[in-house]
Design a protein around this ligand. Sequence first.
Ligand code: ADP
Ligand code: MG
Length: 611
Amino acid sequence: MNRRAKKDLIRILISAILLMLAILSPVNGWFRSTAFLLPYLLVGYDILWKAVRNILHGHVFDENFLMVIATVGAFAIDEYPEAVFVMLFYQVGEWFQRLAVGKSRRSIASLMDIRPDYANLLRDGALCKVSPEEVAIGDLICVNPGEKIPLDGVITDGSSSLSTSALTGESLPCDVSIGDEVASGSVNISGVLTVRVSRPFTESTVVKILELVESATENKAKSEQFISKFARYYTPVVVLSAAVLAIVPPLFFNGDWAEWLHRALIFLVVSCPCALVISVPLTFFGGIGGASKKGILIKGANHLETLAKANTVVFDKTGTLTKGEFSIVSIDSPVLPAQELLSLAAAVEQFSSHPIAKAICNSAAIVPARDKVTHVEEVAGHGIKGAVDHQVICVGNRKLMQSCGFQPQEANRSTTQIHLCDDRQYLGVIHLSDTVKEGVNDTVSTLRGLGISQIVMLTGDRQEIASQVAEELQLDAYHAQLLPADKVAYMTELTKSKKRNTVVFVGDGMNDAPVLARSDVGIAMGGIGSDAAIEAADVVLMDDDLCKVPQAIGRSRRTLRIVRQNIAFALGVKLLVMMLAAFGHAFMWQAVFADVGVSVIAIFNAMRALK
Ligand code: ADP
Ligand code: MG
């Protein structure tokens, strides 16, 4: 409990005692009202002040205002104890509410406790503790066991195992040694590591994740907007109905003024919309926080809401459904030895981060020095061009060869075929193969279990390979040989179609940022990967484990279910007590209880979204 909570609790207790004394003391008249006014002002002065301040600012109809007219009204009809009771009760409820909200906010904050506080900078052979912002690219830092890795970099000395659970939700530690890349925010478990920093702190993984999560709460979901709009109309309507309730029966139907005024006041107290105003945003906050603990970063409540409605999931193939770790099957060249062809390809491909490029560079025995290659240009969905020793070399698929004026024969094999040519002749072809990721079959069936009616694959790769993968995974449809622009066109058609699809696109971030942006919900995998994809995506998965896709959909549905439960529950109870009040069957304390009780229950329900 913090200091504010303690102070409030003491204030409530003293007011309660004063109220008891006032009830027990035998004074009358002027003394009596003062005796009750004292605890009333002590417990309610902040509410009175807030109500006055809000009225001055033009926000007349809020919960403070409702409490003030209800209690002042009770004083006016000589119901002194009741007026104090109501304010006291309301403050007790508020107190519990703040406690619950504070608790859930703290548990989300601790989930996000990945920001490193310092780095051990290695300078002239000595270590000094500096803040991570002060470390520059190329500096060496030392990370001891138990410390967080403060900046992204490459290990130059030592080996260890790292826990990335705060980043990716992956619970198994991974082993790293010299030459491996490490991401900031992961925790060093066993050995001492020396790391050469590769990115400044402001661009590091950990800062990007924190920025994502912090901005997530700014994107309001439709149901959240609905609640604030709802409150804007609801409160005046309630105040008006209360006025009608107080005036009409005594004026036209011979009712008792005090009795109907009393009913109207109870009606007002119960109508406070605070349960909804607090619990709905809190539920979304909890849903987003809980998901981020599992390595699923959702960029806003609006995306969470759309994700819950998803009925179509579109996957990119390379790197998403397949491992994206190509291996070379065979090399055919009419003019060059195989190894030379591979070196030539690697010369250009070393400038690309495409999985095909990586495989070619890893298999080549000799990769020519980077400064021998100039005029490098990557053509998305086609391949890459560059001048090696002033000789233009093109590496890519059949489409790229055609644009260079060659018509290579495609071998009738289910391999990815990458051709080479220079500006005079066709040089040969490299056959590569990639395998489907483990567990993708399970992911597909889990998605079907969630009622996803259409699962589609898009790829820039060849027809033969696409059909083979689609068959292996029993997908509903596939589209091959697409350029990035074709993928966008397909996505546009799908999202705009009359069938009201809600389309999720899942990609690895290679060449697919535009598609991610075009879909209803774009999910980028491997959050440590491409910046453009992280920017364009609505959901970022911290690793490339596909089972997080159904998990994300499941979680968002659960969160939305809790939101609906809270709305239905709060409105239901309120409506009931409002009716009771109108017919004279409710007491003021029941009304307050209905109001704060519902709020507290709704908040505890909201916190389930974290789990
Ligand atoms: P996918 O849709 O399967 O993820 P991409 O859009 O990334 O595929 O690429 C489509 C095709 O373009 C690849 O199958 C390959 O033939 C070719 N390609 C793209 N980039 C390169 C590259 N750097 N080197 C060679 N070929 C490439
Ligand atoms: Mg791709």
